[in-house]
Design a protein around this ligand. Structure first.
Ligand code: ATP
Ligand code: MG
Length: 569
């Protein structure tokens, strides 16, 4: 594991409530073999998102901290929604974060045989029955939060009859929806999840792993606790919405014959403003074509943020900063970006790239001459490598770095003003060339040959510094500038439809950005800073564009925070 993460989590001295529970259990001999066993149990029905990172870091992190182990369990109990594409992406994403589960990879479907046997045993013990109520009727019989439920007329069916029907369900003799198997617990329980929960339903669906072997599938509240018990999970950690399911969890793990009794603990899920993080909505964004797949860099999926250029270390830092609690809250998006910037600042290679090019011609510089300036790849790194940047008579600078008629306080280039070209020379603008419509197409200037490297003989000071790219030696790239996918903090809060709050300008594609040639060395997975323009990375999808394509990971500063401040909100 990344050392820094380990150190930072160690530094955060006060234990979180889960660590306190675990240490207490370890100190009091309540943990078999003194080995903590956790699990991360995603359902392979979508790609993992930033919320899952919290759960992954928690489960794998606790196992590491207490020298136990963390299982990966693909919770594949909904054959219709699941897909191997999702399982593969889940594994890729966990490994990207730097965690490993091998050899402890399991699937809930591994336990279908055992679950079936347990169900048969429950029937034989008079603790489960086959019910023929329709879905509608079941709802009626279930009661409400304030009223107890009613027993189903099938509740007293004989054991023999139940066995026969359940075996027939298993053999495919009954259509979907005709019967379910239910636990016989208590229809008057104050907890609705304990009012004879459904254990099995009929589904004539092919399962990605078990194919057509089964036409009855176990429900989550039955499968999950028993899977935990079979695997010897000691601390089963889940999000708060499962708190009400804990009695059902405890019921399942105390079924006769189940030897190991794990415990469930709930923590608050991660919510971040401006993001939607439910798999259902993310799937909808993909299906409606609003984004370019699950790994679109605007998606809060792990594959999306990876493609966008977020680092795994910054994400671990982020979840360690927000901590683990039992109270739901919303984390500010700017904290996420703050963590990304912090990490990238330490590791990104600096390059000069002009996103909105304006030609700058140095009239007194020799034609056809190319000279090189040395640049430190990363000034934050004392051992940084260096690279060479070619300089020539014709350059590009950012259009916003020149104004013909500057407002007061503008220190960049304007006619008569002298600025520094980063790493290179001092130049003074002399003349502006316009097209027929009056747009500036070229700026002419002269340079001071004695200012090589950025200092003059007379120690003249200038206020502005611009980055630049040689017109003859530079390369054209595509830059994809991403912004938030949603404009409001809580998408859909006003209208009830989160799609109403989509940001129409969440992607701006620049197809004629100019970059110093060093950029051609960039590999997928390299972290870059385009000086003054933000952090970028090479897009990991080839063939989208003819040009090398770079995704903007994050701007250098939080422009939204500034904007909010300005507007006084
Ligand atoms: P979603 O609600 O986003 O569709 P899910 O809970 O259905 O997600 P699972 O695949 O069941 O997704 O989740 C696997 C694990 O990740 C579960 O233990 C779940 O509690 C946890 N998890 C999911 N979303 C979050 C979140 N936002 N914050 C923390 N943990 C989460
Ligand atoms: Mg789920």
């Amino acid at each position: 594991m990344d050392e820094r993460y380990e150190e930072e989590t160690k530094e955060k001295a006060p234990l979180n409530f889960l660590e306190r529970i675990i240490e207490d259990d370890l100190n009091n001999g309540r943990v078999p073999d003194n080995t903590i066993v956790t699990r991360f149990p995603p359902e392979p029905n979508g790609y993992l998102h930033i919320g899952h990172i919290k759960s992954i870091c928690l489960n794998f992190g606790l196992a590491q901290k207490y020298q136990g182990r963390c299982h990966l369990r693909l919770d594949d109990t909904n054959p219709e929604k699941e897909d191997v594409e999702y399982s593969d992406s889940i594994k890729r994403d966990i490994r990207w974060l730097g965690f490993e589960w091998e050899p402890y990879e399991y699937h809930a479907s591994d336990y279908y045989g055992q679950l079936y046997e347990i169900a048969l045993q429950l029937i034989k013990d008079g603790k489960a029955y086959v019910d023929s109520l329709t879905g509608e009727q079941m709802k009626e019989y279930r009661g409400t939060l304030t009223e107890p439920g009613k027993n189903s007329p099938d509740r007293e069916r004989s054991i023999e009859e139940n066995l026969r029907l359940f075996e027939e369900m298993h053999a495919g003799k009954h259509p979907e929806g005709s019967y379910v198997l239910r636990a016989k617990i208590d229809m008057a329980s104050p907890n609705i999840n304990m009012r004879d929960p459904v254990l099995y339903r009929i589904k004539f669906a092919s399962h990605p792993r078990t194919g057509d072997t089964w036409c009855i599938y176990p429900m989550y509240d039955f499968t999950h606790p028993i899977s935990d018990a079979i695997e010897g999970i000691t601390h089963s950690i889940c999000t708060l919405e499962f708190e009400d399911h804990r009695p059902a969890y405890d019921w399942a793990t105390s079924i006769d014959g189940i030897e190991h009794a794990p415990h469930q603990y709930e923590f608050a899920r991660l919510n971040i403003n401006y993001l939607v993080m439910s798999k259902r909505r993310l799937l909808q964004l993909v299906k409606l074509g609003i984004v370019d797949g699950w790994d679109d860099p605007r998606m809060p999926t792990i594959s999306g943020i990876r493609r966008r250029g977020y680092t795994p270390e910054s994400m671990k830092d982020f979840v360690s900063r927000i901590g683990v609690a039992k109270v739901e809250g919303v984390v500010d998006y700017s904290l996420l970006e703050f963590c990304v910037r912090e990490d990238l600042n330490k590791r990104a290679k600096r390059l000069m790239v002009v996103l909105d090019p304006l030609k700058l011609v140095i009239d007194n510089y020799p034609e056809n001459q190319v000279e090189y300036f040395e640049a430190v790849d990363n000034p934050e790194d004392p051992n940084s490598a260096v690279h060479q940047i070619p300089f020539s008579r014709e350059l590009y600078i950012e259009r916003e770095d020149f104004m013909e008629v500057p407002p007061k306080g503008y220190h960049r280039l304007y006619p008569g003003n002298e600025i520094r070209l980063k790493y290179a020379y001092y130049v003074t603008a002399t003349e502006v060339v316009k097209d027929e419509e009056g747009n500036i197409v070229e700026v002419h200037c002269t340079y001071d040959p004695t200012s090589r490297g950025g200092a003059t003989a007379d120690n003249r000071k200038v206020k502005g510094t611009s980055h630049w790219v040689s017109a003859s030696e530079g390369v054209t790239i595509e830059a994809r500038l991403y912004d938030k996918l949603f404009l409001t903090e809580y998408p859909g809060q006003k209208t009830g439809n989160y799609l109403d709050d989509l940001n129409p300008d969440s992607l701006k594609v620049v197809t004629d950005a100019k970059a110093e040639p060093e950029i051609l060395k960039a590999q997928v997975g390299d972290y870059l800073q385009f000086i003054r323009n933000g952090y970028f990375c090479l897009d990991n999808k080839t063939g989208k564009s003819e040009l090398p394509t770079f995704n903007r990971t994050v701007t250098l500063k939080d422009s939204w925070a500034k904007l909010k401040q300005k507007m006084g909100v």
